[in-house]
Design a protein around this ligand. Structure first.
Ligand code: GAR
Length: 207
C-alpha cells in the first residue's frame, strides 16, 4: 500500500527560523505526514529564508512596509499561502499580531509555538518572567491560533526544569531544544488528523 500524500505546509517566520528548521528536518523523513512547501517572512533579512532556500523550499519576504495597512499586508500573505497550495500554516517565531479575519480564514489549520507553558506567560520575555516569578518548571507549548494572543487550544507541551543558576539565556536554550521536539510532533498530529480544533474552540484528540 502506498503512503498517504504529505500535507503541504506553509511556515511563517520573522527571524532565525530554528523551529522552521526543525519542521523541515522532520518533513524530510520518509514517513512524516507533512511537507514544507513555502516559507514566508515579514522581515526580508530573516535568516530562516536563506536556510529554507538551501533545502530548495520556496521562501519569500512580504515586508509589512511594502503595504499601506495591516489588512493589505495580510491579504498578500494569504494570497501567497494559497498560491503555495499549503493546507496547514505553522507560525514559527512570526512576530506579528494577526487580525481576526486572518485567524478565522485558517481556523483549525494554523498552529503556533510559544516559549512558555501556556496559559502562563503569553507575550514576550517569557524566560525572564518565568525566572522572576521563581518558577521551578518552565517549557513550551504548541497551540491552535485563535484571535487572542497565545490563547488558542493547546496541542502539545514539554516541561523544562529550571535550575538555580539559570539565566534567561541558558533557560531559553533548553526550552528551544524542547520546542524543536514538540513542534514537529504537533504538526504531525495535525497532518495525520489525530488532533483538531472543535467548533467550541477545544482541542479534540483522536480521529
Ligand atoms: C521561538 O522561541 C518561539 O517559540 C518564539 O520565537 C522564537 C523563534 O525562534 N515565538 C514566540 O515568542 C511567539 N509568541 P526561531 O526563529 O529560532 O524558531
Amino acid at each position: 500500500m502506498s503512503a498517504a500524500p504529505k500535507v503541504p505546509v506553509a511556515v511563517l517566520i520573522s527571524g532565525r527560523g530554528s523551529n522552521m528548521g526543525a519542521l523541515i528536518a522532520a518533513s524530510l523523513t520518509a514517513d512524516y505526514p507533512a511537507k514544507i512547501v513555502s516559507v514566508i517572512s515579514d522581515k526580508p533579512d530573516a535568516k530562516g529564508l536563506e536556510h529554507a532556500r538551501g533545502f530548495g523550499i520556496d521562501a519569500l519576504a512580504i515586508p509589512r512596509s511594502d503595504y499601506p495597512g495591516k489588512a493589505d499586508h495580510e491579504a498578500a500573505v494569504i494570497a501567497a499561502i494559497h498560491a503555495s497550495g499549503a493546507k496547514i500554516i505553522a507560525l514559527a517565531g512570526y512576530m506579528r499580531l494577526l487580525s481576526g479575519d486572518f485567524v478565522n480564514h485558517f481556523a483549525g489549520r494554523m498552529i503556533n509555538i510559544h516559549p512558555s507553558l501556556l496559559p502562563a506567560f503569553p507575550g514576550l520575555a517569557t524566560h525572564e518572567r518565568a525566572l522572576a516569578a521563581g518558577c521551578r518548571v518552565h517549557g513550551c507549548t504548541v497551540h491552535f491560533v485563535t484571535e487572542g494572543m497565545d490563547e488558542g487550544p493547546i496541542i502539545e507541551q514539554e516541561a523544562v526544569r529550571v535550575t538555580g543558576d539559570d539565566t534567561p539565556e541558558t533557560l531559553a536554550a533548553r526550552v528551544l531544544e524542547a520546542e524543536h521536539r514538540i513542534y514537529p510532533q504537533a504538526l504531525a498530529m495535525l497532518a495525520r488528523g489525530d488532533v483538531r480544533m472543535s467548533g467550541d474552540g477545544q482541542t479534540r484528540f483522536g480521529k
